[in-house]
Design a protein around this ligand. Structure first.
Ligand SMILES: [Zn+2]
Length: 208
C-alpha cells in the first residue's frame, strides 16, 4: 500500500541527543498503524554489535546493516520483487552512508513513494560534515534538528573527541571505530574554551 508521503527526511542531532531512541519510537508508531518499516543502519558503527540499534535509554532492535559498497536502491528493489514492499525506511547512523547511498535513498523515496527518515550527526569532532550528512543537507525534503543541551545550558553543536589525556582533540581520522577516545557533545563556546585550555587559540589551520 502506498501512503502518499514519499519523501526524504534528515533528522540531525549531536551525540546523546536520543536519535536512536527516536528512530525506534518512530518505527514503533508506524508499525502500530500497520505500516511496514525497513530499519537499517550504516556499517561504520559497530560498538553494539553489527546489527543492533541500541539507544541510551534501553530501547534496542535489530537492523539491516548497510555497508559502504551496497546499492540501497537495488536492495530495496529486490525486496519489492520478493513481496517485501516497505512503505517507510528508517535509517540510523546516517552520517556514515556514502553520498551515493543518500542519492539512492532519494531515488527510492521519489520513485516508490517511500518515506525515508535518516537519523544522524551533522558534523564530526572537527565540525566538518560527514559524507552522508552533506548529501542529506543537499537532497532532503525536510531537515529537522533534534536539539540537546550542553552542560552549560546552551544547545550542543560540536561532537568533541576527548583523548586519553582528557583533552579535546583536533586531529585524527573522521571515523575512529573501536578507539579508546570518548566523545562529549558541547556547545560552540564550551568547545572553544576546551580548545583554548588545550593550547589551541587559532582555528585556522587546525580545522577545515
Ligand atoms: Zn556549553
Amino acid at each position: 500500500m502506498k501512503n502518499g508521503m514519499g519523501k526524504l527526511v534528515f533528522k540531525f542531532g549531536a551525540m546523546g541527543s536520543s536519535k536512536t531512541a527516536q528512530a525506534l519510537m518512530t518505527r514503533y508508531n508506524y508499525e502500530a498503524k500497520g505500516t511496514r518499516v525497513w530499519l537499517v543502519k550504516s556499517s561504520a558503527d559497530t560498538r553494539d554489535g553489527a546489527d543492533i540499534l541500541r539507544s541510551r535509554i534501553g530501547l534496542q532492535a535489530n537492523a539491516f546493516v548497510i555497508t559502504p559498497g551496497m546499492n540501497v536502491k537495488e536492495l530495496y528493489e529486490v525486496q519489492r520483487m520478493d513481496g517485501d514492499s516497505y512503505e517507510v525506511i528508517i535509517a540510523d547512523e546516517a552520517q556514515f552512508f556514502t553520498e551515493e547511498q543518500i542519492w539512492q535513498f532519494r531515488e527510492i523515496a521519489s520513485l516508490y513513494d517511500v518515506t525515508v527518515i535518516c537519523y544522524g550527526l551533522r558534523t564530526d569532532f572537527r565540525c566538518q560534515l560527514f559524507p552522508g550528512s552533506k548529501a542529506l543537507f543537499m537532497l532532503a525534503d525536510d531537515i529537522d534538528e533534534i536539539a540537546s543541551v550542553c552542560k552549560c545550558g546552551r544547545k550542543t553543536v560540536v561532537n568533541a573527541r576527548i583523548g586519553a589525556d582528557g583533552k579535546v582533540m583536533v586531529r585524527g581520522p573522521q571515523v575512529e571505530i573501536g578507539g579508546n577516545d570518548k566523545y562529549e557533545s558541547l556547545c560552540w563556546t564550551c568547545w572553544r574554551k576546551a580548545l583554548r585550555d588545550n593550547g589551541v587559540d587559532e582555528l585556522k589551520g587546525i580545522v577545515g
